[in-house]
Write a new protein. Structure first.
Length: 79
């Protein structure tokens, strides 16, 4: 498993293609449509990050839903 930026996808795919010759059996290279270790697509991630609905939590993010205390949503744009 490799996580990399958009610019380095071709380099990472080539590195994995070469590395799969070292292992027996069928190896696949898959480019995900998700953003990092989150369940969000790249478009949704950027949209919710700009709105302030995503809170960094180590290597993933916490989602702020529209439910719950109002004080965490007051003053946020497009929340």
């Amino acid at each position: 498993s490799v996580r990399t930026t958009e610019e380095k996808i071709e380099i990472a795919a080539e590195a994995l293609r070469r590395a799969k010759f070292k292992f027996a059996g069928r190896q696949k290279v898959h480019v995900s449509s998700k953003m990092g270790f989150t369940p969000f697509s790249k478009e949704d991630y950027n949209k919710w990050k700009a709105c302030g609905r995503l809170i960094p939590n180590g290597m993933d993010v916490k989602w702020l839903s529209s439910r719950g205390p109002l004080h965490r949503l007051i003053g946020r744009e497009n929340a």
